[in-house]
Design a protein around this ligand. Sequence first.
Ligand code: CUA
Length: 315
Amino acid sequence: MWEKLFQGFDFFPSQASTFAMEVDALYLFLVAITALFTILIPLVMAFIAIKFRRKPGDATPKPVHGSLVLEIAWSVIPFIVTMVLFGWGAWIFFELNSPPPNAMDVHVVGKQWMWKIQHPEGKREINELHVPVGQPVRVILTSEDVLHSFYVPAFRVKKDAVPGRYQTLWFEATEVGEFHLFCAEYCGTEHSLMIGKVVVMEPAEYDLWLQTDDQDGTETPVAAGERLFSEMRCDSCHNPAGGNGPSLDGLYRSQVALEGGGTAIADESYIRESILDPRQRTVAGFGPMMPTFQGQITEEQVFELISYIKTLGVE
Ligand code: CUA
C-alpha cells in the first residue's frame, strides 16, 4: 500500500553531481537537528508538567533561583550546533562558488521564456544543455529581459539570471542521463513553461554531438568575436601597436588600475561593463573617449566579444 502511495514521489531528486551528496548531507543534518528539538521540547514539557503538577494538600513549593550549570549548557550547546551549521554551510558555499580552472565555459542567456545556450565550440541550443560526464562546467549566466533563475535540482545548483550582469555557477555531473532544468524565478505568464533538460553524455559521445550540424553554422564565439571586433572598429583604438585605447593583450583576469584610483579584476563582468558602460570604470591614463555599445549589440555578441578578448595575448 505504501509503495503505491509514494510511487513517483521522491524526497530528493537523484544525486547527479559532485555537490549533490554534500548538499544533501548538510540538509539532512539540519532536518535531524530540527526533528530532535521538535520532539525533545514537548517531551520535556510533558514530563515537567506531570512531575511538578500541583498535588492535593501540597503547599506552594520553594522558588528556584536559577542554575549556572543549566544556563551555561543551554547557551553553549546551541552555540556549538549553530557554529557547526555555519562552518559546514560556508564550506559548501565557497566550493559552489569556486569553479576549478579547467572548467569548460558555457554561456546561458535567460529570456522570456527560454534558455539560450552556447558552447565554447560554437554550438548553440535552446532549452537543452548537453555536457560531458565527469567534466567541470562553468555556466556564465545572464538575462535579456527580466530575472530568471537557472535551476538543476539533480545537481543541487541554482543561480539567478540577472539582466545587466554576469553570474556564474558550476557543477560536475557524475551520472549519464537527462535531468530537469527549471526556471525558478517567476518571470511572467509562461514561467512554468520555461523548462528544459540537461543531457549528460559520455565524453566521446559529447564530442560527436558537438560535430552534428545545426543551422547557425559552427562559427565559434571566439571567431565571431574576432569578426565583430574588426566590424565594430574596436581594433582601431584597442590595438597593441598603439591606439587611443588600452591594449587588451593579457587583459582577462588581470588587475586593472582605474582612472581616479582603485583597481578592478578584468573578469567577464568587468569586460562586459566596459563594452556597455565604458565610463563606469575607465582604465587609468585613458580619458572618457570610448562610446557605449549599449543597445547596439545583443547579449550573444557581447559574449562573443568577451570570448575573443579572453584569448588576446594568451599563447
Ligand atoms: Cu524565467 Cu521563470
